[in-house]
Design a protein around this ligand. Structure first.
Ligand code: NAD
Length: 305
């Protein structure tokens, strides 16, 4: 099996490249990345070939997808705040870029696994969030992910493209960058706590998130690629184990042996209050999946810093 990973030099992509290195049945891994948020250094220790380029480059995508059995499409301008700062740029990469990937897969017949996002649900009091819930994205990021997902499903139904649209919730683990304005909550908290600075909590900290360790995600993506798993509907990728942000601070403090100080700032526009996945569709497609518990995943993450 030959795998093309768009966004392969990013956090999840580079973890997937490392996991697939030497994996039985995998003959080649190519990471296509424009290095806008990813980095070549993330691929040290993996045998993936890095092609520096953009998913907005159709001829390049066509060429790379023609040589792939599966495309794992992770390239995106991630983060809600980044999309508020420049909604058009998020649309270009996340929606138009996904159209390019779909066209390349249509031409080559490659199996496509799409990284969609829980942000497509928007704010709803309903938890856990089942895939049948109405989607009401609160941010341009969520809207661009919903467009990508809708096109992916339409290519599946219209052209028979083998597709698997996965709605990632909060993924965390080694290689997730901290120290920048758009950092995700776990690396931001661990980084601040290790430097002895207060962690910044948006709002009252009682908002909840459903965290999945990146090691669990890449094992699942590899399994999906090898078994060519498809779905005619989106599938949540998380396990329904939500915790509050305040509890997360406590857990990180327990691992570090010292509770971090906290600094509260106003809640962010576009952030949802509660996030928890229904995971029955995921476990139906991946019955042997065994997620890494949050405590263990946090220890691995802290050890990586
Ligand atoms: P990341 O920023 O680390 O990875 C995205 C990668 O895409 C980066 O390496 C970046 O350089 C690359 N990229 C951006 N624009 C590109 C372009 N035009 N052409 C080629 N490469 C480009 O983010 P991540 O956390 O690894 O996220 C991977 C995917 O999962 C994204 O699609 C993201 O929206 C989705 N997702 C992630 C999470 C999470 O918790 N990390 C949650 C929901 C969805």
């Amino acid at each position: 099996m030959r795998v093309l990973i768009t966004g392969g030099a990013g956090f999840i992509g580079a973890n997937l490249c490392a996991f697939l290195t030497g994996f039985p049945g995998v003959r080649g891994v190519v990471a296509l990345d424009d290095l806008s948020t990813g980095s070549a250094a993330n691929l040290e220790g993996s045998s993936a070939e890095l092609v520096e380029g953009s998913i907005l480059d159709r001829p390049l995508l066509d060429q790379l997808a023609a040589a792939a059995d599966t495309v794992v499409h992770l390239a995106a301008r991630p983060s809600v705040p980044r999309s508020l700062a420049d909604p058009v740029a998020s649309h270009d990469v996340n929606a138009t870029g996904t159209m390019n990937v779909l066209e390349a897969c249509r031409a080559s017949g490659a199996h496509l696994i799409l990284a969609s996002s829980s942000s497509v649900y928007g704010d709803t009091e309903v938890t856990p969030k089942h895939e049948d819930l109405a989607t009401r994205p609160l941010s341009p990021y969520g809207a661009s992910k919903l467009a990508a997902e809708a096109y992916t499903l339409a290519y599946g139904s219209s052209f028979g493209l083998p597709v698997l649209p996965l709605r990632f919730f909060n993924v965390y683990g080694p290689l997730q960058a901290a120290g920048h304005a758009y950092a995700a909550v776990i690396p931001a908290f661990v980084d601040a706590a290790l430097r002895g600075e207060p962690v910044t909590v948006h709002g009252d900290g009682e908002q909840t998130r459903d965290f999945t360790y990146v090691g669990t995600v890449v094992r699942l993506l590899a399994d999906a690629a090898l078994r060519r798993v498809t779905s005619p509907a989106p599938v949540n990728l998380a396990f329904g184990t939500r915790i509050t942000v305040n509890h997360l601070v406590t857990l990180i403090g327990e691992i570090l042996g010292k509770p971090p100080a906290t600094r509260h700032v106003p809640a962010r526009v576009g952030d949802v209050r509660h996030s928890q996945a229904a995971c029955d569709q995921l476990t139906r497609l991946f019955p042997s999946v065994d997620p890494v518990p949050l405590g263990d995943g946090l220890k691995h993450t802290v050890a990586w810093f």
